[in-house]
Design a protein around this ligand. Structure first.
Ligand SMILES: [Zn+2]
Length: 299
């Protein structure tokens, strides 16, 4: 699922292309994509794009009149920039947003249709799709700690809960925890002050590092290869490969439709965490599926 750095890269690639341009029209091939009835889709057509924003893991395109097109890519949704009027013939093509200089096309791989489009009005409308997690870049260590300790959760669950922290999913939480040298199953109420400092700094640094990398890539061309598995990642998607810090093999905890990767020597004091039985034991303290996490709403 595209996370904060991926969404940031999409937005920085799209800004020079569509801000100031009129949205000539929207073509949908799947009626299911659009999840709102009011304001109608036609109300955004012909309006000039004013600004782009990230709302959690969503891309929000704001047009004149404070109307917003909000796209959630979920797991397999991706954006593409194609020549104006690009055909939507393949079954993965769900929508095209036509501008005078090109078309922004939304695709979704696979058979499940989870990506969504909301047409919303004003700040109130945007708030209705915002799970409410804090933005790490406008938070200090105190608000970070308050957000993550609202409930006694495993670090993995707390970092990926969109009600607590904005924009972080399975991939970047693995990277953050490895950078912080903390176990994914440590409970937030057990964390020592020096560990909070490490976790906060690692969250900021990891996201800054990846936003920088992905934005730099987006300068050279529209981000067509958005993936949760990047070759320069330290642990995520690197099961059985050597840890870049200590050289030990990366381990995993598997659960429903996903896995967490970690290094035992660097993060758990050498302790191997058993997989399926562990996630059963942790119950609600462990993210079961990505869909389930994304369904979490503001309290
Ligand atoms: Zn290691």
């Amino acid at each position: 699922m595209p996370e904060l750095p991926d969404i940031a890269a999409y937005i920085s690639a799209l800004e020079p292309l569509i801000v100031g341009q009129p949205l000539l029209g929207v073509r949908l091939t799947s009626a299911f994509l659009l999840r709102t009835a009011q304001p109608p889709l036609a109300s955004v057509e012909g309006r000039v794009v004013r600004e782009l924003r990230r709302i959690g893991k969503r891309v929000a395109i704001g047009v004149e009149g404070d109307l917003w097109l909000v796209l959630h890519l979920m797991i397999a949704g991706r954006l593409h920039w194609r020549p104006q009027g690009a055909m939507l013939s393949g079954r993965n093509n769900l929508a095209a947003f036509d501008f005078p200089n090109g078309s922004l096309v939304l695709t979704e791989a696979g058979t499940k249709r989870r990506a969504s489009l909301h047409i919303l009005s004003g700040e109130e409308g945007l708030k209705s799709v915002d799970p409410g997690g804090i933005d790490i870049f406008s938070s200090d260590i105190y608000s970070f700690r308050i957000a993550l300790t609202a409930e006694n959760r495993t670090l993995k669950r707390a970092l990926t809960d969109p009600r607590l922290l904005s924009g972080i999913g399975n991939a970047y939480s693995d990277e953050i925890l490895h950078a912080a040298q903390l176990s994914p199953i440590t409970l937030t109420h057990k964390l020592e002050p020096h560990e909070w400092e490490r976790l906060y700094a690692s969250t900021l640094n990891t996201l800054e590092l990846w936003i920088g990398r992905l934005r730099a890539e987006a300068q050279t061309g529209f981000p067509e290869k958005v993936t949760a598995f990047r070759k320069d990642m330290a642990v995520h998607g690197r099961y059985e490969q050597p840890c870049p810090r200590c050289g030990d093999k990366i381990l995993r905890i598997r659960y429903a439709d996903n896995e967490t990767n970690y290094c035992a020597r660097c993060q758990t004091g050498g302790k191997v965490l058993a997989d399926r039985s562990l996630s059963r034991l942790l119950g609600s303290d462990w993210p079961r599926t990505l869909d389930e996490l994304e369904a979490l709403k503001r309290r």
